[in-house]
Design a protein around this ligand. Structure first.
Ligand code: HAM
Length: 426
């Protein structure tokens, strides 16, 4: 029987991987403009990093981790997200001692979650994420959110919505959680099993329940905003003010709680704003002021970040009918006829490749017509023809595959000629 790929994974075949390369390159460029530097952390970490960092009561830790014992009897987990590993690395490598603070980091790489497969939800998916760790300022929160927002805009994705909330500091959240327990406890039997489990461990997650979203108790639940102190409210107002200044359109959503435990203060998500698309969340993030200390780093260091998956970015592009400008041409196809010219063709192909051009030729001594057909299939911009007479007078015939114009080009001038013709395209 043919072996198939594991459920929830996908092969990205060449045509598709061109899109991925385009997207990744663009993400790196934008990160660079915003002065974020790349960090690469391992794809697996000690399980404890996630149970402590992401939180024991979260769906990720309870249901979705790929965890196994390695041969040295250590519990290892394939990373389900990038924040915990980045913060671990920040602490372990003492990035807090660097002269530039906060550290502005980004990553692109596969994450693993054992989730139910559906459109836009995979068991292996690629996240691009950023983390700003060190000092705290509302300007940083606004920069991070505007970076996420502008990533979608830069791809031409217009129908998006930023939802934003403040989760306050840990004490405020605690008071709020207590109010929620009081609110839901008397009628918790009307809720799903997950909500029942969450009631005492993580009541805020009930607000986020997909099953019971329409329940009146969710709709009229106490609002977190009412539990925020003056300082938290002030901080949030400042973040919103900076977002206004940066031209980011957002909606304050007091029910936005996010699925990971480490968030404090600013939390946000970016959604597709199109009723026909079922899976809406493209990107999520927020501030995590307690996480550095929780992972035994310096107490005064704070962080904020977000992550998006490339799979869902592609979905958003699809939902807006946006074609990426993928270049599927090659610079030249070398057409050679006859044994001697065939050898010269192999050498020319190699020389042009080493000079940086994208060049292909035929491997099987095909007839001229078949080679020209191949040049077309490869979408060659030029074909360079060598036969016996060309060898004799030291000139190639170069044909522009769009206009069919032909020119004779001296052997020694071919690189220069291509350089001239392809100027502005590279
Ligand atoms: P998250 O909300 O769990 O947050 O995931 C962020 C994004 O990853 C989601 O909005 C979605 O685009 C994508 N994503 C998550 N699961 C899947 C999946 N199974 N298949 C495809 N895409 C998926 C985090 O991971 C946090 N670490 C974000 C963060 C960074 N917060 C602060 N810094």
């Amino acid at each position: 029987m043919v072996i198939t790929m594991p459920r929830g994974t996908q092969d990205i075949l060449p045509e598709e991987s061109k899109k991925w390369q385009y997207i990744e390159e663009k993400l790196r460029k934008i990160s660079d403009s915003f002065c974020y530097e790349e960090i690469r952390t391992p794809m697996f970490e000690s399980t404890e990093l996630f149970s402590r960092g992401v939180g024991d009561t979260t769906d990720i830790v309870q249901k979705e981790m790929y965890t196994f014992m390695d041969k040295g009897n250590r519990s290892i987990t394939l990373r389900p997200e990038g924040t915990a590993g980045t913060v671990r690395s920040y602490i372990e490598n003492k990035l807090f001692a660097k002269t530039i603070q906060p550290q502005k980091l980004y990553y692109v790489g596969p994450m693993f979650r054992y989730e139910r497969k559906q459109k836009g939800r995979y068991r292996q998916f690629v996240q691009y994420g950023v983390e700003v760790i060190g000092e705290e300022s509302p300007k940083i929160d606004a920069e991070v959110i505007s970076l996420a927002y502008n990533i979608y805009k830069s791809f031409g994705i217009e129908n998006i919505k930023v939802s934003i909330n403040s989760l306050g500091n840990p004490e405020e959240r605690q008071a709020y959680n207590e109010a929620l327990v009081k609110h839901f406890e008397p009628r918790i039997n009307e809720f799903c099993e997950d909500c029942n489990n969450r009631l005492y461990k993580n009541p805020m997650r009930i607000l986020d329940c997909k099953v019971d979203a329409e329940h009146e108790l969710i709709k009229n639940a106490p609002k977190l905003l009412e539990y925020l102190g003056e300082e938290s409210k002030q901080y949030f107002a400042e973040v919103l003010r900076h977002l206004d200044a940066l031209g980011v359109k957002y909606e304050v959503d007091h029910n936005l709680v996010r699925g990971l435990d480490y968030y404090t203060h600013t939390a946000f998500e970016i959604m597709i704003d199109n009723p026909e698309v079922e899976l809406k969340t493209l990107c999520g993030g927020g501030r995590y002021n307690g996480l550095i200390k929780l992972l035994d780093g310096p107490e005064d260091k704070k962080g904020i970040g977000f992550a998006l998956s490339i799979e869902r970015l592609l979905l958003a592009l699809e939902s807006e009918n946006i074609e990426l400008p993928i270049d599927d041409t090659i610079d030249a196809f070398v057409v050679a006829m006859g044994e001697k010219a065939g050898d010269a063709g192999v050498k020319l192909t190699n020389d042009l490749r080493l000079a940086g051009y994208k060049v292909q030729s035929d491997y099987f001594d095909k007839k001229m017509k078949a080679q020209m057909k191949l040049a077309d299939r490869y979408n060659a911009k030029f074909s360079i023809i060598i036969g016996d007479s060309e060898l004799e007078n030291g000139q190639y015939v170069v044909k522009d595959m769009k206009t069919y114009d032909q020119e004779n080009v001296e052997f020694d001038n071919i690189v220069k000629y291509l350089e001239e013709k392809l100027k502005g395209e590279k």
